[in-house]
Ligand binder design. Sequence first.
Ligand code: FAD
Length: 166
Amino acid sequence: MEGPLETPDDTTIVVLGAGIGTIPLVRQTMVNVVLKRDNFKMALIAPNTHFHWPIAMPRTLVPGSDLDDKTFIPLAPTFADYPPEKFRLVLGKATSLSPASNVAVVGLIGGGSRLIRYHTLIAATRSRAHGGMPFKGLSDTLETQKSSSFGPAATDSVRSQVKPTN
Ligand SMILES: Cc1cc2nc3c(=O)[nH]c(=O)nc-3n(C[C@H](O)[C@H](O)[C@H](O)COP(=O)(O)OP(=O)(O)OC[C@H]3O[C@@H](n4cnc5c(N)ncnc54)[C@H](O)[C@@H]3O)c2cc1C
């Protein structure tokens, strides 16, 4: 994440969100466009360190479930084959966009913010489950995991509230 991602001659594709909507798109665009052309780059911006597989979530929330590793899949190894000068995963959230100047302001998870200039912007920044249920990812991976009883907040977790019906 060090150093500028783009220079004035670059064609930078910025993708907001690392969910079901964007992960296949990132791969297809990297393989078919970015890796084939010299001046193309991609920045994927999202607050989650892990891909959250929502479709497994109801079963994951059942007490005694052992599906944690199928629900939260680390993102970094998914992109390990892409050269760092062509692809960057930026852990943060877009806080504002300036379409007139093609600039996104990103609040970084580690603190601070940065401006990222884009040629093309792809935004898929979420659908939500009612009432903060961790069926869908919450603000970042840690919050989603805590809420699902993977972490230290287990006593407040959703999983502890799931009861057998008979
Ligand atoms: C139990 C369950 C079962 C489902 N079954 C099906 C099914 O069978 N078929 C089907 O089609 N759909 C199904 N869905 C719905 C499907 O999961 C959603 O439609 C899909 O996840 C939406 O994907 P998305 O990438 O648009 O959003 P999300 O998966 O919500 O991803 C959004 C991403 O954007 C990131 N983000 C949020 N704000 C910002 C920001 N400001 N800047 C950068 N990044 C940001 C998030 O951290 C996340 O990475 C199901 C959902 C659930 C909960």
